[in-house]
Design a protein around this ligand. Structure first.
Ligand code: PHE
Length: 346
């Protein structure tokens, strides 16, 4: 066979090659383009071609080499797609497919961390309905019918509930249910979704998550409340964190306080997030009002208790530096992906 015929034969062979597995593809590569491959050997023959024909044969041989390379890529591609279709048995040598595993939502992760801190110091977890009656959300918690404190927790009323059924505005409603159904000692936290009639913005949403806590027993003191919250903040954010309490008002606690902690962004030095104060507000708390204990069938002459409540989105924002509350609920995978490996932990 002359050179032209041999080129044509190899060309035909390239076009006709099929490969059932990775070994066959590799065999094709070696057989054609390897050191002693058919294409390589033909290219070597260019040396013996008369000078004036070199250009023409050179082009022809280059085309042949390109055809072999192109076929090799096709075979590899076909193999990858059959292997995918066939599952792992298709080709045990191909690289593993790394699928998108997904992860917990950052709010679930943070709720879990908060729950863990309290579970370790003896708190149980209580849950209750999101559609709540007036008594559990307001009445038993000492919100008189026309009290302005109800305006701060305006919510969504449920049709057909006669004005009695609404989406709960806090999980204090769950604590009422726990107190109605059990006697002290009570040590429980209630994580869950709550709703308020708020315009949605970077700082407010009509739905958010809370973890509220309740401790009722003989002789429970304000000092224990402070110690518990300090323990919580240090467990979540680090041992150097400080807290401070500012007097506040809630209908169901007396005395009541807002809890601030050292700003996580500037470590208390003062920055735009804490408006230069070095402190950020994280929750409300107080001693359970004796009237609330009475409303729930617990004798305030014998027992006392404290309660606290925090927003999970707020805690997550301080842990992960999330600038806008709305990001949590837009389901943008680029946002959610950032929390898969804990890299954003403080
Ligand atoms: N229930 C309050 C709220 O949702 C928080 C709170 C709980 C305050 C317990 C004091 C004591 O705003």
């Amino acid at each position: 066979m002359n050179l032209g015929e041999r080129i044509a034969a190899v060309e035909a062979e390239i076009a006709a090659t099929v490969a059932a597995d990775a070994r066959a593809v590799e065999g094709f590569r070696v057989g054609m383009l390897g050191r002693n491959g058919k294409v390589t050997l033909l290219l070597d023959e260019l040396r013996h071609v008369p000078k004036e024909e070199k250009r023409e044969w050179g082009q022809r041989l280059n085309q042949l080499k390109q055809a072999a390379s192109a076929r090799l890529e096709e075979l590899k591609g076909a193999l990858a797609s059959t292997a995918t279709a066939q599952g792992p048995e298709g080709d045990a040598t191909r690289p593993a497919l790394t699928g998108h595993a997904g992860s917990l939502h950052p709010i679930s992760m943070v709720r879990q961390r908060i729950t863990d801190v309290f579970a370790r110091i003896g708190y149980t977890v209580s849950q209750g309905p999101e559609v709540e009656d007036d008594r559990h959300n307001f009445g038993a918690l000492n919100f008189p019918a026309d009290h302005p404190a109800r305006d701060m927790q305006d919510t969504f009323f449920v049709e057909g509930g006669g004005g009695e059924l609404a989406l709960r505005t806090h999980t204090s409603s769950v604590q009422v249910r726990v107190m109605e159904n059990s006697q002290p000692p009570i040590r429980t936290i209630s994580p869950g979704r709550v709703y308020r009639n708020e315009a949605i913005s970077a700082r407010a949403h009509c739905m958010f998550h809370q973890v509220e806590g309740l401790y009722v027993d003989r002789g429970v003191s304000f000092a224990e409340l402070k110690g518990t919250l300090e323990h919580f903040v240090r467990s979540m954010f680090g041992p150097d964190m400080k807290i401070r309490l500012r007097p506040s008002y809630f209908p169901f606690t007396e005395p009541s306080a807002e809890v601030d902690m050292s700003c996580t962004i500037c470590a208390g030095k003062g920055c735009p997030v804490c408006k230069g104060s070095g402190w950020v507000e994280i929750m409300g708390c107080g001693m359970v009002d004796p009237a609330v204990l009475t409303n729930c069938g617990i004798d305030p002459e014998v027992y006392s208790g404290f309660a606290f409540g925090m927003g999970v989105e707020r805690i997550a924002q301080l842990l992960y530096r999330v600038p806008d509350l709305r990001l949590y609920w837009e389901n943008d995978v680029r946002f959610l992906d950032q929390f898969t490996d804990g890299a954003f932990r403080a």
